[in-house]
Design a protein around this ligand. Structure first.
Ligand code: ZN
Length: 70
């Protein structure tokens, strides 16, 4: 498993397991919160956590209907 570790204070540190339900990003189209399945993302060959954008359903549908690439 993978997990994130964040130091809250000098004495408090939290470790949270990364699942397909607790990873989020913001849609670059409208700013909405989008849930991200990292396993799915990696299986597409994407592994750049900083350079990868995930559009929400609404925006990706709009982009697809305009014939643009997502
Ligand atoms: Zn959006």
């Amino acid at each position: 498993m993978f997990y994130v570790k964040e130091k809250i204070t000098d004495v408090v540190e939290v470790s949270i397991e990364i699942t397909d339900e607790n990873v989020f990003t913001h849609c670059p189209g409208c700013g909405d919160e989008v849930i991200v399945d990292l396993a799915e993302l990696f299986s597409d060959g994407e592994c750049d956590l900083y350079g990868t954008s995930v559009y929400c359903d609404k925006c990706s549908r709009k982009i697809r209907s305009q014939g643009g690439a997502v």
